[in-house]
Design a protein around this ligand. Structure first.
Ligand code: SAM
Length: 363
């Protein structure tokens, strides 16, 4: 099955309202597909059709304990979009291998959890519109507990695949120091999977994860216990106020600076507690600080969307700066210099991670 035009044609470069309307409709189609993929991820239909297809809707429903009529509507939606292949002569549906590779399984290439993230953000459309009208923000609590699980699901496979080899290894000397044994903190650790992976990979080092969310910290501690780690702990702490007496060698911030209420305080606090040979590793969104440079980039709307629907909002709700997910590489360098980091090296994340940039920052 092929579509006659792309699901999401560019909205720019047209002066004819009819062309613009057609492009806009294609974006509405694409948004509908994203919601349907989230449905399929949640109820297991994506895995069922990937594993059991080609099969009729009845065969798929029987095999996966799904409801046939509803499943058929879902299959037809994705068939009309070209995601699922339908053989009209046998009434059988299948998920082609390329789609299955991107929508099922435990690897980082499974984008289905990210569709769930978008659907979660969409539930806040009314509240976001209110903030655009009246100002203010949306507090973190409005997104929990769903946010905690989703964040974990969206990032887990990426950290499994990239954390050590893709984010840590490119930084000169870091693997060696972690092997030898250093004290590491992770600010805004969420469910702690990254910290636990590092604690397991580098048993001579000691790790502390800080976050404000009790549900995330509970999950982090459970995983540390399951991994039988004795070199990691998790603490409820507002990282805006890191104690001046903290003794560390390395600090990490994985996707956790741009949604801080007071990111400048956090960065300055990290700089203050790092010794002269210390290192701050920040992984954050790949974007330019100038919107004109983000036009037409593969993830432009996604990054601004994460911001408008969550990251900027949680910061503003805490009377914060509202930096936003797309604060960008230029402003990141500015804030890191302002915090007192004199040497900042920027690395590209591995090609499979088009969303992030790595900053290795030294006093
Ligand atoms: C976008 S999530 C990233 C979580 C985790 N680092 C990851 O990559 O999955 C940001 C995290 O920062 C935490 N956070 C935000 N502001 C914080 C603060 N002032 N102190 C401690 N944690 C904070 C949030 O609770 C959330 O878990």
């Amino acid at each position: 099955m092929t579509t006659t035009q792309p699901l999401a044609a560019p909205l720019t470069a047209t002066e004819d309202p009819a062309d613009f309307a057609a492009a806009l409709l294609s974006w509405m189609n694409a948004a509908t597909v994203v919601l349907a993929l989230d449905v399929g991820h949640r109820c297991g239909a994506l895995e069922v059709v990937a594993e059991r297809g080609p099969a009729t809707s009845s065969e798929l429903a029987d095999g996966g304990s799904l409801a046939e009529r509803q499943l058929r509507e879902w299959l037809n939606l994705l068939t009309s979009a070209g995601v699922i292949h339908y053989d009209a002569s046998t009434s059988r549906y299948c998920l082609p291998p390329a789609a299955a590779a991107c929508l099922t399984g435990d690897s980082a290439s499974n984008l289905a959890p990210a569709t769930a993230g978008l659907a979660m953000l969409a539930r806040h459309v009314g509240a976001v519109a209110d903030t655009v009208r009246h100002g203010g923000g949306i507090p973190y609590e409005a997104y929990r507990p769903e946010f905690t699980g989703l964040m974990d699901e969206m990032n887990r496979a990426r950290y499994d695949a990239l954390l050590v080899d893709g984010y840590i290894a490119p930084v000169p000397g870091l693997v060696e120091r972690l092997r030898a044994g250093v004290r590491v903190v992770d600010v805004g650790c969420g469910t702690g999977h990254a910290v636990n992976l590092l604690a397991r990979a580098f048993p001579a080092s000691h790790f502390t994860g800080y976050d404000l969310a009790d549900d995330a910290l509970d999950a982090a501690r459970r995983e540390a216990a399951a991994y039988a780690l004795d070199n990691v702990r998790f603490e409820r702490r507002d990282v805006t106020h890191l104690p001046a007496t903290l003794e560390i060698d390395v600090a990490l911030a994985l996707d956790s600076i741009h949604d801080q209420a007071h990111p400048r305080h956090v960065l300055a606090g990290i700089r203050r507690v790092l010794p002269a040979d210390g290192l701050f590793l920040m992984v954050d969104a790949r974007a330019s600080s100038q919107v004109e440079n983000n036009i037409g980039t593969p993830m432009g709307p996604y990054v601004y969307g994460a911001s408008l629907f969550h990251c900027m909002q949680v910061s503003l709700a805490a009377d914060g700066e509202g930096l936003g997910t797309a604060w960008g590489i230029e402003l990141a360098h500015e804030l890191l210099a302002e915090a007192g980091f004199s040497r900042v090296e920027k690395f590209d994340a591995p090609p499979s991670d088009i969303l992030n940039v790595i900053y290795a920052c030294r006093p």
